[in-house]
Each structure stands twice: as C-alpha cells, then as structure tokens.
Design a protein around this ligand. Structure first.
Ligand SMILES: NC(=O)C1=CN([C@@H]2O[C@H](COP(=O)(O)OP(=O)(O)OC[C@H]3O[C@@H](n4cnc5c(N)ncnc54)[C@H](OP(=O)(O)O)[C@@H]3O)[C@@H](O)[C@H]2O)C=CC1
Ligand SMILES: Nc1nc(=O)c2c([nH]1)NC[C@@H]1CN(c3ccc(C(=O)N[C@@H](CCC(=O)O)C(=O)O)cc3)C=[N+]21
Ligand SMILES: [Mg+2]
Length: 296
C-alpha cells in the first residue's frame, strides 16, 4: 500500500481562489481593498524568496501588498515606529514581521507591538491567549493550513491520536491547540521527549515541525497514519541543492495512509492562509461578515 499524497499546492490554489472572490466582493460592494504589509529586517536569501512569493500572490488575489525591507542594523525604536505607522494606516489590514529577527532586536516586544487585529501571523500574546481559550482570534498560518488539509482529508478529527513533534510558538504549540480544538488527543513531543519512536507509533496524525532533515523514518509511522510534514530544510545531496522535510518521504509514504510532500505541501498552504487571514482581518475591521471556511 502506498499513501495518498495530499497536494498542498492544489489545495492552496483553491484557497487563494476563494480569497480572490472575497476580495472582489469587498471591492465591488464596499469599495475596500484588503492590504498586507510585510516587514523584512536584514537580507536572509531564503526569507527574501518567501517574501517575494507572498508579495506576488497577494497582488494575484487583488489585494494591496506593501513590502518594507530594512537593513540588518535597524534599531529597535525604528522598527517599533514603522509598526506604529502600519497599525495606524487604514489601508493596511494585515502586518507580518518576518521571523527570526536579528539578535539585537527583542522579538517578543516587536510582535506584541503589532495591533492584535492586524496580527495576521497570530503571534501576538493576545491572539495566543484567545486561541488557547477557544475564542475568536487570528490563527497562525502554518498550523491553520495543516488543519485545513487534515479536515479535508479526514472530515472529523474527533478522538484521533495526534502527535506534534516540535513545541515552537509559531508552529508546534498553536498546532497542538488547533488539534485539541478539533477533539484530538494531543501529545507534544520535543528534544527532551523519551522514546520518540514509541510516542510517534501511537499517532493517527503526525505533525513534524522540527527543522531536522528527514528525521522521521517510516518505521516510526503507524500503518495508515497521516503525516503532515512542516519541515523546510535546504540540503545538498549528490552535489545538488534540494528542499526536504522533517519526514523521510519515501519510507513514510510506504506505510502512511496520507502524507504531505516537501515542497508542495504545507508551504503553499501557509501563504494561502496568510492571504485568508488578511481578508478576515479586513472584514472584521470594517464590521462586515467574514468569509466562511477560511478560518478555524
Ligand atoms: N512550511 C511552512 O510554512 C513553515 C515551515 N517551517 C519549518 O518547520 C520547521 C520547524 O520550525 P520552527 O517550529 O520554527 O522550529 P524551532 O527551531 O523553533 O523548533 C523546533 C522544535 O523541534 C524540537 N526538536 C529539535 N530537535 C529535536 C529532536 N531531535 N527530537 C524531537 N524534537 C526536536 C525542538 O525541541 P526543544 O523545544 O526541546 O528545543 C523545538 O521544539 C523548520 O524546518 C522550519 O523551516 C516553519 C514555519 C513555517
Ligand atoms: N512572521 C513569519 N511568519 C511566517 O509564516 C514565517 C516566518 N515569519 N518566517 C519563516 C517561516 C517559513 N515560512 C514558509 C512559508 C512558505 C514556504 C513555502 O511556500 N515553501 C514552498 C517552497 C519554497 C522554496 O522552494 O523555497 C513549498 O514548501 O512548496 C516556506 C516557508 C513562513 N514563515
Ligand atoms: Mg524559532
């Protein structure tokens, strides 16, 4: 048996199409164009690729896209002043500050200076608290994209055993919250977890968000389980540059029931959810009914 490949690229295209329809409706019925601002500090080449692709897709769905590229030496106050200006700009509905920030900047302080209603990453402490207590919030894009694919594949997730490998604030922890919200029995594993293979073997759903190339082998996977691979790792093999996930794709696909590939899985869904969150933020800011099916 071989796994169903969950096509994140195709799924993301459908989400963007829905987002585009809402953007058209906002423009035609209300004269409003949703706007997203992306702030990039320093010149990490991988981040620049990602920021460019976000900008392109933002324009494709008809939204306004603004990029602020600041030098790696940007001071904390300068960055806070820019965020303050974006917070007060009525044409901007979503603000994303690309992480990680250079070491001299206080990431928590910067993220928490974004107006929660414009925090389309869902990283502000007030959105984290709202998500954790089951209240309406902005939901982090990567976990939201994973949840959408899981719901589409399984229908209900109720009662399933989910193991999330990784406990970061941007992926692992919010992913666990969303799975709990859908009534999974959730285990969060991390670098101190004892006997990780045994823990993973109990999972009906495995979400790998570790940042270690091909760390999860097929013999950790319960036959028929669903593997969601969040990892984006750039490696070189046989002299060629390659992008691989945190799961060893071939051996996992041989035993899993379903699996997301890298590239073409979670990554494109992350960007589609960013656009979805921007439309949601725009609707909320204007007291309009928000799109259905585009949030948790
Ligand atoms: N597709 C997408 O859209 C996105 C992809 N990513 C990718 O996802 C991956 C994870 O990102 P992120 O959450 O930011 O990473 P972090 O580095 O912030 O967190 C990694 C987590 O993995 C855990 N970990 C590390 N080594 C092991 C191990 N040997 N066994 C078990 N757990 C381990 C760490 O544990 P501990 O806490 O104990 O240190 C930590 O909790 C990366 O590859 C990143 O590039 C990230 C964001 C979006
Ligand atoms: N504030 C903030 N929010 C983020 O959401 C955020 C961030 N900072 N910092 C970096 C990580 C990483 N991330 C990715 C999103 C999409 C792809 C993506 O589209 N990947 C393509 C491949 C792209 C390629 O070829 O390089 C794919 O998987 O198919 C990758 C990585 C969002 N992040
Ligand atoms: Mg980190």
């Amino acid at each position: 048996m071989s796994a169903t490949v969950i096509d994140g690229r195709a799924f993301a295209a459908k989400v963007r199409e829905q987002v585009g329809e809402h953007v058209t409706r906002l423009k035609e019925a209300h004269g409003i164009t949703p706007g997203l601002a992306v702030v990039l500090v320093g010149e990490d080449p991988a981040s620049e690729v990602y920021v460019r692709s976000k900008g392109k897709m933002t324009l494709e769905v008809g939204m306004k896209s603004v990029e602020h590229k600041l030098s790696a030496q940007t001071g904390q106050q300068e960055l806070l002043d820019l965020i303050d200006a974006l917070n007060n700009d009525p044409e901007i509905h979503g603000i994303l500050v690309q992480l990680p920030l250079p070491d001299h900047l206080d990431e928590d302080l910067v993220i928490n200076s974004i107006a929660p209603a414009k925090d389309v990453d869902g990283f502000h402490v007030s959105n984290v608290g709202l998500l954790g207590t089951g209240q309406k919030s902005m939901v982090p894009c990567t976990p939201l994209g994973c949840l959408m694919m899981l719901r589409a594949h399984h229908g209900s997730l109720s009662g399933m055993n989910a193991v999330v490998i990784g406990r970061s604030n941007i992926v692992g922890k919010p992913m666990a919250q969303l799975l709990l919200g859908d009534s999974c029995t959730v285990t969060i594993a991390h670098s101190r977890t004892k006997d990780l293979p045994e823990v993973v073997r109990r999972a009906d759903i495995v979400v790998a968000a570790v940042g270690r190339p091909e760390m999860v082998p097929g013999d950790w996977i319960k036959p028929g389980a669903t593997v969601i691979d969040v990892g984006i790792n750039r490696i070189e093999r046989d002299g060629k540059k390659k992008l691989v996930g945190d799961a060893d794709y071939d051996s996992c696909a041989a035993v899993a029931g379903a699996i997301t590939p890298v590239p073409g899985g979670v990554g494109p869904m992350t960007i589609a959810c960013l656009l979805a969150n921007t439309v949601t933020a725009c609707c909320r800011a204007n007291g309009l009914e928000e799109p259905e099916g585009l949030t948790a």
